[in-house]
Ligand binder design. Structure first.
Ligand code: NAP
Length: 251
């Protein structure tokens, strides 16, 4: 087995996760592309291996403890001990509070928060053993509050507190933990939001772009670039931080 580092990126079958997985592979890491099913990882794995990188597909539900344990064991056996973890898997179940079901609440908290907890708990032992690790968690500008997203904003604010606590607990083992809070990024997730609010995609992108200083919609590569920095060797003194990648300042 080579001495190249191994990363796990959750929700990497498409969207932001796929871009992060591809970027980390370009940076020289072996990448476990994790999504709900192995089949949904195929495009990302092919993009990486076609470009000469190293990747495997891992089907797992991050909100299920047994599934997470099996997934992390598989990565360690097939690709090497994972020492970079990007908790990116996510879902939306938007609704105004008075219409939000308990299932909508539980599903969102389950994937984002419980999922990040289970994945990080399973991977941290490999990082501690190696005396080196990088955890990158996907938060969101919605952590600051967003109409129709009581569940999602709570989960994304929770990701920030989780990140800071990981930084405090794991720092002495050479492990950093940081969060990326994207603004509007053009993916299937935001396409579904455009549909839900009854807007044409182009109009939705333009409305979001017009509302921010850089006047363009974000793309998955914008987030991948930031994840690459947090995962890099040189970022070892940066920990417990939340960086808003949103085309302008946020509080
Ligand atoms: P996306 O296109 O919907 O991709 C999310 C991926 O996560 C999908 O491949 C999905 O699998 C996977 N997934 C969902 N539940 C999972 C589970 N239980 N276990 C494993 N994988 C699971 O979303 P995205 O826009 O790329 O978002 C990625 C992350 O960035 C999310 O955490 C999101 O909250 C965050 N974010 C996005 C934006 C934005 O504007 N797009 C802004 C701020 C933050 P399936 O395809 O099988 O459903």
């Amino acid at each position: 087995m080579s001495d190249r580092r191994t990363a796990i990126v959750t929700g990497a079958g498409r969207g932001i996760g796929a871009a992060i997985a591809t970027r980390l592979a370009q940076d020289g890491l072996a990448v476990a592309v994790l999504d709900l099913s192995e089949e949904s990882c195929a495009d990302t794995v092919a993009a990486i291996t076609d470009a000469g990188g190293s990747a495997i597909a891992v089907g797992a539900d991050v909100s299920d403890e047994a599934s997470v344990t099996a997934a992390v064991d598989k990565v360690a056996a097939e690709l090497g001990a994972p020492t970079v973890l990007v908790n990116n898997a996510g879902i939306l179940r938007d609704n105004l509070l008075f219409k939000m079901s308990v299932d909508d609440w539980d599903a969102v908290l389950g994937v984002h928060l419980r999922g990040a907890f289970l994945m990080t708990r399973a991977v941290q032992k490999h990082m501690v053993d190696a005396g080196w690790g990088r955890v990158v968690n996907l938060s969101s500008t919605s952590a600051l509050g967003n109409r129709g997203q009581a569940n999602y904003s709570a989960a994304k604010a929770g990701m920030q507190g989780f990140t800071k606590t990981l930084a405090i607990e794991l720092g002495k083992f050479g492990v950093t933990a940081n969060a990326i809070a994207p603004g509007f990024i053009q993916t299937d997730m935001t396409k579904a939001t455009a549909e839900r609010v009854g807007m044409e995609w182009e109009d939705f992108v333009k409305a979001n772009a017009d509302a921010i200083p850089v006047k363009r919609g974000g793309v998955p590569e914008d987030i991948a670039h930031t994840a690459s920095f947090f995962a890099s060797e040189g970022a070892g003194f940066v920990s417990g931080q939340v960086i808003y990648v949103a085309g302008g300042p946020r509080d």
